[in-house]
Design a binder for this molecule. Structure first.
Ligand code: GDD
Ligand code: MN
Length: 362
């Protein structure tokens, strides 16, 4: 029986060799390998991983270029595994490796289809966390809802193991958003899945820093929304439409400023307000709708260019369709509404493909 331990990493150079040593010790007697999935860390974690791999072929590294995200890193790591079991843990030694062999024993004895390290079972704790972080984690846990909490005390855990085939059976339905791949998985896995939780103490970080951020928290909210509404409407489209509505307000505000404040004529004011609104919508969508895939630096500018182009074409479609309908005995409110809807769907789907390059992503 073999196991792949997937270690997602971002700037964990100073933790990697220690955590690998710990895993090697803990898994004595097992046929194991370690798959490091590094998102091209600026600190060169992937170089460290390659060096370790050259000394011990059981350590492999996938270096992902131009992509970020803990959940997708885990999914790709598991997808590269050929082992009987897969285990996922943080590479910063906050998870207790001595749990690994116990997880695997439970799996091979058939006691469970999924084993999760839990911080919230009796006798466990999270030392070193600020009160704020503790409170946030509890709040997020509660927000996952009763259906999940009936099955798991710590659905936010990043420490778990299961037979590879179990993961692969459901991988296509994962959202891949943010940090919480376990929660994502439990949501799509059938109720018959036997889950076992083992308690452990979450240790304090020794080296490096946590990557938890407001962006990651927002992705978590998007994932919860997706789990509730995703069947009916894509959450990104919802976020995109909300930004669009805000944009209408911004447009009028800009128009007012140019006409009343700067005394410009209507045409230049309307043109400037339109450009301003497009930039506003673009920035907001880039930050929130596409959290985790945000464009930065030069790509940001290129993105603005393509977004402007897409929206310009969208506006042309809007006017064309609306005036066609209007000319064919459709009342103006309905004609305008259809025009707006068509251009919203066009803008959303085409900019997703060309501006944020989402077609080949999870
Ligand atoms: N490849 C990749 N890409 N790895 C990442 C990324 C990313 O964008 N972001 C974080 N990681 C890696 C880190 O390098 C670390 O090995 C692991 O994922 C966890 O990230 P931390 O930044 O240390 O998160 P945390 O300690 O605040 O929270 C973790 O533990 C909690 C308890 O299990 C996460 O796993 C949480 O999801 C989990 O609730
Ligand atoms: Mn950590």
């Amino acid at each position: 029986m073999s196991v792949s331990v997937v270690l997602p990493t971002f700037n964990e150079r100073d933790n990697l060799s220690a955590v690998c040593c710990q895993i090697e010790k803990a898994l004595e007697g097992w046929r194991w390998e370690i798959i490091v999935v590094d998102d091209d860390s600026p600190d060169g974690t992937w170089e460290t991983a390659r060096l370790m791999g050259s000394l011990d072929a059981r350590i492999r590294c996938i270096r992902r270029l131009g992509r970020r995200g803990l959940a997708t890193a885990v999914i790709e790591g598991i997808s590269a595994s050929n082992a009987t079991y897969v285990a996922v843990m943080d590479a910063d030694m906050q998870h207790d490796v001595t749990l690994l062999p116990r997880m695997l024993q439970a799996l091979s004895a058939g006691d469970a289809d999924l084993v999760v390290g839990s911080r919230y079972l009796e006798g466990t704790g999270v030392p070193g966390w600020t009160a704020g972080r503790h409170w946030l984690s509890r709040l997020a846990t509660m927000m996952t809802g009763r259906r999940v909490l009936e099955r798991l005390s710590d659905p936010m855990s990043g420490f778990f193991a299961m037979p590879r085939v179990v993961f692969e059976a459901h991988v296509r339905r994962l959202s891949g958003l943010g940090f919480k791949v376990l929660l994502d998985f439990v949501h799509v896995a059938p109720l018959e899945l036997k889950i076992l939780e083992l308690p452990y103490n979450f240790s304090a970080r020794v080296a490096g820093a946590s990557k938890m951020s407001s962006e990651v928290a927002w992705q978590f909210l998007l994932m919860l929304l997706d789990q509730r509404l995703g069947r009916f409407i894509p959450v990104r489209f919802l976020a995109y439409s909300s930004v669009g509505l805000l944009g209408v307000g911004v447009h009028y505000l800009l128009l007012l400023t140019f006409m009343e404040g700067l005394d410009l004529a209507f045409l230049p004011s309307q043109t400037l307000a339109t450009l301003g609104t497009i930039t506003f919508n673009y920035s907001l969508n880039n930050r929130w709708t596409y959290a985790g895939h945000s464009l930065r630096g030069w790509s940001w500018l290129r993105g603005l260019g393509s977004f402007t182009l897409v929206c310009g074409l969208g506006a042309a479609c809007n006017v064309g369709i609306a005036s066609y309908l209007f000319d064919h005995q459709t009342g103006w409110p309905l004609a305008a509404a259809v025009g707006i809807l068509v251009s919203a769907v066009w803008n959303f789907s085409v900019s997703a493909r060309y501006t944020w390059n989402m077609s080949n992503r999870i």
